[in-house]
Ligand binder design. Structure first.
Ligand SMILES: [Zn+2]
Length: 127
């Protein structure tokens, strides 16, 4: 079984229902990895033990959400498909861009900045 280690305190995160985080289970896929010590967590794919990304604390989760808002609008409301948007970002960064795998808020900020530059339009969403 894969161990998921908290990147903040280096302790093993517990695989648990997300009611431990929210007080009640939230969403259809409610299993997550949670570090009790620092409150970092990450959801899992369809209640499996496969994490959606790396554990994130509140600050990083907020930044990931912002990055998703900025990036996703281009395939949700724009003229690109999701695949195209991520292909364009991959080209710009020289590697695959996975918001859920970002480790620091500065990585998210960079994704946001480059996305706005690349798509050459002001974001419709206020940061
Ligand atoms: Zn921790």
């Amino acid at each position: 079984m894969n161990k998921v280690i908290c990147p903040y305190c280096k302790k093993e995160a517990k695989w648990c229902e997300n009611k431990e985080v929210y007080g009640q289970n939230y969403g259809e896929s409610y299993m997550c990895y949670h570090c009790k010590k620092c409150g970092a967590y990450v959801g899992c794919h369809e209640n499996s033990r496969r994490a959606l990304g790396s554990l994130a604390n509140k600050e990083l989760r907020d930044w990931r959400k912002k990055a998703h808002l900025i990036v996703d609008q281009h395939w949700q409301f724009g003229k690109h498909t999701r695949k195209e948007v991520y292909a364009i970002l991959k080209e710009a960064f020289g590697k695959d861009v996975h918001i859920a795998e970002t480790r620091t808020w500065t990585e998210c900020a960079e994704i946001i900045k480059r996305t706005i530059e690349i798509f050459n339009q002001d974001s419709k969403i206020e940061l």
